[in-house]
Every structure is written in structure tokens, then in C-alpha cells.
Ligand binder design. Structure first.
Ligand code: DUC
Ligand code: ZN
Ligand code: ZN
Length: 487
């Protein structure tokens, strides 16, 4: 088993930072040592197989993105990142675990959907991966199958109050699933938007000729996120189910979550970088030579971008500081402009919903440290430690301590990351500044004052500076335990 010493860096956890060396033995962390420690008189650096010099750099637990959709069939097409390309891109960006979603659609069995998602991911991933279960058809059989999910290492399921006719569940179905959640400890994850109302608003906008991508966000009014969040909270209160609200974007939804938490209810939430940095106003102003106003389609996702004038972004940053929102995932669901987003050229309802961010989450959130929105420790907590605790992998993941998997990122605060897709004078791409499969960069132009230098996944260096040296199949399926956020 190879041994590695990461020396000279500052180890950062969710609770503090200290100069320390990290000794890795095979796939796990063996020791966290005072800098320059000896072991029974032996110079450790001289006795290990590899030394990684982390002088001047942060040594952090690898990022955990608890919300991705590789290969998701959606909107008449499918998310363009496969498990191979998406997990490799995640690795480039310092994420060493993802939790994706197995999708049960109407008329199918949960067991079959899970087997299908194992088939897509197995042997293809660059980093470790787990699954949540999307429940799209509540029947007596699927309720029984849900109760068995913890045996398979699946300890959370997602339901949708949006997308009637696709993933949508009504309140009665949600109630039944939440009763299983209460009885088993499975975490209920909720896409909280009032889909039936949104669909009517969207139809009316299109009838008025308002077909541009911007109107996606107009139709998906924050009032219908607040309302659905409140309804989900009340259903969870009634049943006693733990509730995790996904991709929260509206400040009023945060208020609902904060109120429930203050009452002592087990309600948790994530937000995503797009709701911290991007806005509806910018989407309205987005333009390109090729696409005109349709350029804004690159930011069509649900929940949608919110108005900066109304203060949603500031409220989301604040919620991260106050722990009203506990973690940051991406909802990575990338589509190309060509042939995919273009499906909605004349009708925003047909634009496949989703953005590609899995590669940039760690950097984008680090920029929040640079600008003073969050602390260094909170960065680690939001992107790694809490995701691990929330979804039952803490101890193995999300922390640098003896016995944990050696999933570690060496991050250079003096480095720089320019996000984008360089083009020549004719507008043709000249190279790749990201490794996701999309034909565009949804985060074009973002500059980050930091850089992912080295990424280690279970003891193996998979990203070394500007080189990817891992392989497809390095990543293993993670059986997860029940949420540790409640214990
Ligand atoms: N939101 C998205 O933007 N894409 C996939 C599904 C979802 O809920
Ligand atoms: Zn969703
Ligand atoms: Zn999602």
C-alpha cells in the first residue's frame, strides 16, 4: 500500500484550521501530525512513497456534491454529462464524492430504476458516488420498496411538487411517502414549487407572446416557492418526517425554513451557487450574437434565478452564515445550447431545465471566503462536512481524521481560476477551460482567487496541477447510513 505525506499545509476543518501534515496509508488517512513530526525517531517525509508539498496552501476534505443529475432524461432529451464525464469534471474542481438521483418514473418500479442507475454509474465514475431515490409514482408497491432502500445504502428520496405529468406528486402522495420517511428515517428531499400554478402562469405568458428564457423565471414566481416550501414543512410536521428542501432560491422560502427550524422541526435546506451569484435581471440582459436574447437559456433551471433587486442573493448568503441553510450543492444538470436548450427557441417551457456547475462549486464558494461572505471553516462545512453528515457518510467522508477515506484537496489561495470557454475571433471555441460536456460555459467570465491544485481520492492522486491522472472506474458506490445531522 502506497504511503503519502501532505506536508507544510494548513489543514482546515469545519471548526478550525491548523498547520499540520497528513499521512495517508493506502486509501485512508493514518495520522494528522504536527508539522515536521517524526515517528519513533524516523523522519516521516523520508520514509513515505510520496510527499506532496502543501506549503502556503489549504488542505481540506474533498468536496461532496449531494445533488447532481448525470444522464438525467428530462425535457425530451438527457443531461449531457455522463457519469464518466461529470465525475471527472467534478474531480477537476475538487469534488471527490457526488450523490446523484436514481429516477423512478410513472409506471415503473423503484427497484428497477435503482438497478438502471447502478448500471449507468458502475465502472464509469472518477470519484465515489451514492444515490438518492426519486419517487415519481407513489403506489403500495413503491411505498414498500422505499422502506427497503436503507438496506441498499440509499437513505434519502426526492419528490417533486413541480412538473405535473412528469415527476409531480400531489399532497396525498407526499403524505404517504413522508409516513415511510418517519417510520424508516429516510430523509425526504423536496423540490418545493407549486407546479400546477406555475404551468398555468407559463401558459398565459406564452399566449401573450412572452416566450424568451427570462419568462421562465417570471412564471416560477417566488410566491409559489414560498407556498410549496410551507406546505412541505407542514406535511413534514404532521407526519414527523425529516425534510430537506433542495435548491432553495427565494428569501421567503428561507424564512419558512428558518421559522420551522426555530420551532424545533427537523427541516434542512441546500442552496446552489447560481442562487448566490446570478440573477433574473442578468438573465433578462443576457445576449449573444448567435442567440440574441435566447442566450439567457443557459441559466434556465428550476427553481429559477431570482431578482437581485428583491434581495434574494443577499438573503441566501446570509442564510449560509446563520445556518438557516446548511449546505451548498449544485443541482448539476447540464444541457448544451445546440440541439438541447434550442428545443425552447420559441417557447421557454421547452427549454430543458438545468445548469452545469459540478466543476466550479468549490471555487465559487471559495470566492465567498475571499469576498468575506463566509469564513474558511464555513466553506469546508458547507461543501463537505455537512453534506457528509446530512447524508450519512460522515467519518468516512467530509473530514480529515485518522481512519477517514483519504479524500483530500490541496487548495492554493494564491492561485487563480478563470472560468469560461475561450473563443477565437470568429467565435469558435479554441480550447476548454472546463471539463463538463456542455458546449458553453454557464459561468463564463467568473474569476476566482484560488485554485484546486491536487485532488486525492481514497489515497490516489487523480488531479495533479493541470493534469488529470485518475481513471474511469476509480470511483466506488457508497452505501450510506441514515442522516447523522439528527443524531
Ligand atoms: N431542476 C433543474 O434545474 N434541473 C433538473 C431538475 C430540477 O429540479
Ligand atoms: Zn429539483
Ligand atoms: Zn435536481
Amino acid at each position: 500500500m502506497a504511503t503519502t505525506l501532505i506536508s507544510g499545509g494548513t489543514v482546515v476543518s469545519s471548526t478550525g484550521r491548523a498547520p499540520a501534515d497528513v499521512l495517508i496509508d493506502g486509501e485512508v488517512i493514518k495520522a494528522v501530525l504536527s508539522p515536521g513530526s517524526t515517528l519513533f525517531g524516523t523522519d516521516i517525509a523520508a520514509s513515505v512513497d510520496h510527499v506532496i508539498d502543501a506549503t502556503g496552501k489549504y488542505v481540506i476534505p474533498g468536496g461532496i456534491d449531494a445533488h447532481t443529475h448525470m444522464e438525467l432524461p428530462f425535457g425530451g432529451t438527457a443531461a449531457i454529462d455522463t457519469f464518466e464525464t461529470g465525475t471527472r469534471a467534478a474531480a477537476w474542481g475538487g469534488t471527490t464524492s457526488i450523490i446523484d438521483f436514481a429516477v423512478q418514473t410513472f409506471g415503473t418500479r423503484i427497484e428497477d430504476s435503482l438497478a438502471a442507475w447502478h448500471g449507468k454509474a458502475s465502472g464509469n465514475c472518477a470519484i465515489d458516488y451514492g444515490f438518492h431515490q426519486i419517487v415519481g409514482d407513489v403506489t403500495p408497491d413503491s411505498l414498500k420498496a422505499m422502506a427497503k432502500l436503507p438496506d441498499e445504502g440509499i437513505t434519502s428520496f426526492k419528490m417533486f411538487m413541480a412538473y405535473p405529468g412528469v415527476f409531480y406528486s400531489d399532497d396525498a402522495q407526499i403524505l404517504k411517502a413522508m409516513q415511510v420517511s418517519r417510520d424508516t428515517g429516510l430523509m425526504t428531499m423536496m423540490h418545493a414549487e407549486n407546479g400546477p400554478v406555475i404551468d398555468v402562469l407559463a401558459e398565459q405568458l406564452v399566449e401573450q407572446g412572452k416566450t424568451d428564457p427570462y419568462y421562465h423565471g417570471v412564471a416560477r414566481a417566488w410566491e409559489m416557492e414560498e407556498e410549496a416550501t410551507h406546505r412541505a414543512i407542514m406535511l413534514a410536521k404532521l407526519t414527523g418526517a425529516p425534510l430537506y428542501v433542495v435548491h432553495v432560491s427565494a428569501k421567503q422560502a428561507v424564512e419558512q425554513i428558518a421559522t420551522a427550524r426555530d420551532r424545533g422541526q427537523n427541516v434542512f435546506a441546500e442552496t446552489c451557487p447560481q442562487y448566490l451569484y446570478l440573477s433574473l435581471e442578468e438573465q433578462l440582459g443576457a445576449q449573444s450574437e448567435q442567440y440574441g436574447h435566447f442566450e439567457g437559456a443557459k441559466w434556465v433551471c428550476s427553481t429559477p434565478l431570482r431578482s437581485r433587486e428583491e434581495g434574494h442573493q443577499d438573503a441566501m448568503w446570509q442564510s449560509l452564515r446563520t445556518n438557516d441553510v446548511q449546505m451548498v450543492s449544485t443541482d448539476h444538470c447540464p444541457f448544451c445550447m445546440k440541439d438541447q436548450k434550442e428545443l425552447g427557441l420559441t417557447d421557454f417551457r421547452k427549454i430543458p431545465n438545468g445548469m452545469g456547475t459540478v466543476e466550479h462549486r468549490m471555487d465559487l464558494m471559495y470566492q465567498g471566503v475571499v469576498t468575506g461572505e463566509i469564513t474558511l471553516e464555513r466553506w469546508v462545512e458547507l461543501t463537505s462536512t455537512t453534506p457528509a453528515r446530512m447524508f450519512g457518510i460522515y467519518g468516512r467522508k467530509g473530514v480529515i481524521q485518522p481512519g477517514a477515506d483519504a479524500d483530500i484537496v490541496v487548495y492554493d489561495p494564491r492561485g487563480h481560476t478563470s472560468i469560461g470557454m475561450p473563443v477565437d475571433e470568429n467565435g469558435n471555441p479554441t480550447g476548454k477551460k472546463h471539463h463538463m460536456n456542455m458546449d458553453h460555459a454557464a459561468w463564463e467570465g467568473f474569476e476566482v482567487d484560488g485554485h484546486v491544485d491536487t485532488v486525492i481520492s481514497r489515497g490516489k492522486v487523480i488531479v495533479d496541477g493541470d493534469q488529470y491522472i485518475g481513471s474511469k472506474g476509480d470511483g466506488r458506490f457508497m452505501k450510506r447510513g441514515l442522516t447523522q445531522y439528527l443524531t
